[in-house]
Design a protein around this ligand. Sequence first.
Ligand code: PMV
Length: 325
Amino acid sequence: MYASPAVGTAPAKVIIVGEHFVVHGKPAVAMAIGMRSKVYAERSGKDLEIHSNAIPAAGIFGGDKFEEIRGGPEAEAVLKPVKLAADSVAAKLGITGFGLRLKVDSPIPTGVGLGSSASVAVSTISATAKAFGRTLSREEIRELASSSEAHAHGRPSGIDQTICAHGGIITYWRGMGFKHARSAHALKLVVGNTRIRRSTGEMVGKVSRFFESHPREAERLAREAGEIAEEAINAITEGDIAKLGVLMDENQILLEKVGVSTPELEKLVKAARGAGALGAKLTGGGGGGCMIALSRPEETNKVFQAIREVGGDAYLVETDTEGVT
Ligand code: PMV
């Protein structure tokens, strides 16, 4: 099995500033990080067999039926986004009744805001196309990941699959595309993980309800978030990390106001700042999940340790410029 399979691989991501407000029309800044999912694909039989270690599950999709191999009653739901990603390739290439075996191998923690589902969807699409002798462009892959991501998250802005497909650091506008930052240097961040898994769709719903119940305040916060994102991309381009840190702190306040921060996230944020971080904030959907901290290189180790001392997992990450391959 998998003697010489096709391989697709893609990075995870962090949102540096602008999450949630991006769903409501403002720009956000995201960065691909060097934690990569890998998907192996080989043609086989008539059905779609998927084995995943991301959330341990395996099973076979054949016609309308699903046969579980591993993972219990949850297996079908866990594997469905991977199936949708593979289906999107078959539809694009006009292949019907295709047989494929996929193996998902991802070190990216799931449900904590690091884009694991988008990374796996993008890797799956790349690997599936290669298994059928085609290499898709990054942009084609990004587009094809939409159905899988919509299934996983409700109505996502599309930022996750965009950054996982294209890599680097981008400014993203919902429905209007993205722009790569002209950052000369890789940006290093410490990620702190509360290990509290939550649903991005639910957190997006919570913020949408805030926009409905407090329209004037929400508009004001959104305007500020948009300005923060624009200033952040300038700070990144200029290599001004002190400025970027201040903007991250300001963004955290906005996220607290719309109700997606939690005491567990704030504990890690406080520990990072106490250890000398220039800025720290939650990243992604919030409600648990991860935070990021920016520090001067000489302070990074202290920040990393401080996050661990208050009970978080910590990862040192930097810009991944490769995107999907
Ligand atoms: O999937 P997460 O938790 O990384 O969050 C994605 C970013 C949000 O802005 C919260 C949602 C979206 O669709 O943009």
